[in-house]
Design a protein around this ligand. Structure first.
Ligand code: SF4
Ligand code: SF4
Length: 100
């Protein structure tokens, strides 16, 4: 296989992610202690969650939506106030990776 053929078959991250499937667990596998978020100055979850699960409301409060979570665990590691209780979703729920 030539280099140009390999380049043509290379997929973008968006294309790869479209092949994945979510079976959303109604019970969130991540629980955020929003009282801690009020005290958090830097709010790194807003910038480091690759799925954009953390957003700010118009009044400046953290909002969390578990539905697009990639289960990478980043938010649990980077949260400076240990405000995140993180578990895997129930078996068969959450993201199902299909690529690779
Ligand atoms: S990093 Fe942790 S404490 Fe800070 S806003 Fe995000 S979830 Fe809340
Ligand atoms: S586990 Fe990863 S994708 Fe899921 S909310 Fe945390 S940082 Fe975002």
């Amino acid at each position: 296989m030539s280099t140009s053929q390999i380049k043509k078959e290379k997929k973008t991250l968006d294309e790869i992610m479209k092949e994945d499937k979510w079976e959303v667990d109604e019970k969130p596998h991540i629980v955020v202690d929003y009282e801690q978020c009020e005290k958090c100055q830097s709010k790194p979850c807003l910038y480091l969650c690759p799925a954009g699960c953390y957003t700010l409301s118009e009044s400046g409060k953290i909002m969390f939506n578990h539905e697009g979570c990639l289960e990478c665990g980043t938010c649990r590691v980077i949260c400076p106030l240990k405000a995140i209780k993180w578990e895997y979703p129930e078996p068969g729920k959450g993201i199902h990776y299909r690529y690779g």
